[in-house]
Design a protein around this ligand. Structure first.
Ligand SMILES: Cc1cc2nc3c(=O)[nH]c(=O)nc-3n(C[C@H](O)[C@H](O)[C@H](O)COP(=O)(O)OP(=O)(O)OC[C@H]3O[C@@H](n4cnc5c(N)ncnc54)[C@H](O)[C@@H]3O)c2cc1C
Length: 306
């Protein structure tokens, strides 16, 4: 079904494209193979359509995956929280399971844009778009998520740390679809938080910080994950800050050292949202706060304090 451009090519109208709506994943994969680099998957359309309206992308074919059954779910199993790629951000926000145990994801989902965008935008789309200003990529890095890609050769898994290659570029091949997001299942002693600084409610982040920590019985850090939003060409995993915390108790000193390393690992640019050195300082501030918030959530018994 062709969508014809009207009004002589104004930049608010996307260029013409063919629209196809497969009903199965194999069908979608073969359409991606058939139409090649000029085709794009359409999920919630909340990033792709604006990009097309600005003529930053002009795909000849849109492959709408919304009619494919079985890509929308939130469930625990096999040691993971599993999320179908077509799950809407609003479903993350309203899920009792996520609200109760997966604070990081719940915090971030609530902060994304506005209710309309959250109702349409998908978890898979937010991650696959690989915009460093999107909120979910940093949460994937902090929680060491595993991303399941389905392509012509079947399924493969990609660790979040290997997924975000560059701005708008992921490890997915053109013929692959992100079908499932797997987060290590919640274990007692784990706490997490996402903090976002924005110019106004619903805006993209000036800076965002995702943290997840697990403590042992003696209160020492078993595992820590720190992901940063909007401070580099991709979401940033601050490995040095993570490693610095492992084996230690969370104290003002260890938190401050980790926050300083996270700030050093960030690489923001100056833009309309603020100068680079301000953003680096805010990484430090938000990492400190997020680590303290995650800790309070652990000692509070793992339940949300709100
Ligand atoms: C006004 C506005 C404000 C916003 N503010 C924020 C914000 O504060 N924080 C934030 O995180 N985001 C924000 N967004 C972006 C929003 O969250 C998008 O929904 C999200 O980036 C893309 O998800 P989508 O499902 O809409 O994907 P689409 O727009 O349909 O697709 C985006 C890209 O991902 C690809 N893609 C989609 N799904 C898959 C898949 N399963 N496998 C492989 N490739 C896929 C598409 O081909 C396309 O290239 C905002 C958007 C708008 C319009």
């Amino acid at each position: 079904m062709p969508f014809e451009e009207e009004g002589g090519g104004t930049e608010v109208i996307p260029p013409s494209f063919e629209y196809v709506a497969p009903k199965t994943i194999p069908e979608a994969v073969s359409l991606l193979e058939k139409f090649g680099q000029n085709s794009k998957i359409l999920a919630g359309g909340q990033s792709l359509i604006p990009v097309m309206k600005l003529r930053l992308a002009s795909p000849t074919h849109l492959i709408d995956i919304n009619r494919i059954d079985g890509l929308t779910y939130i469930k625990e199993g096999d040691g993971f929280l599993k999320i179908g790629a077509l799950t809407r951000v609003s479903e993350i926000e309203s899920s009792d399971l996520i609200k109760k145990k997966y604070f990081l994801l719940h915090d971030a989902a609530k902060e994304i844009a506005d209710p309309t965008v959250r109702n349409l935008g998908t978890v898979g789309g937010n991650i696959s778009h690989a915009d460093p200003a999107n909120d979910l990529p940093a949460t994937m890095l902090a929680s060491d998520a595993i991303l399941v890609a389905t392509g012509p050769k079947g399924q493969r898994t990609i660790n979040a740390k290997d997924f975000f290659l560059d701005t708008f570029t992921t490890a997915l091949t053109h013929e692959e679809i992100l079908t499932e997001i797997r987060l290590p299942a919640y274990t007692p002693g784990t706490g997490s938080a996402y903090l976002k600084l924005e110019k106004r409610v619903g805006d993209f982040a000036i800076v965002g910080v995702a943290v997840q920590i697990s403590l042992d019985k003696n209160g020492k850090v078993l595992r820590s994950g720190i992901g940063l939003t909007s401070v580099g060409p991709t979401a940033v995993k601050s490995t040095r800050a993570e490693e610095q915390l492992v084996g230690k108790k969370l104290t003002d000193e260890t938190i401050s050292r980790a926050a300083a390393l996270a700030s050093e690992d960030s690489n923001p640019t100056s833009d309309l949202r603020g100068p680079a050195d301000y953003k680096k300082k805010m990484v430090r501030v938000l990492t400190t706060r997020a680590l303290k918030k995650a800790y309070v959530r652990i000692v509070g018994g793992g339940e949300r304090e709100e």
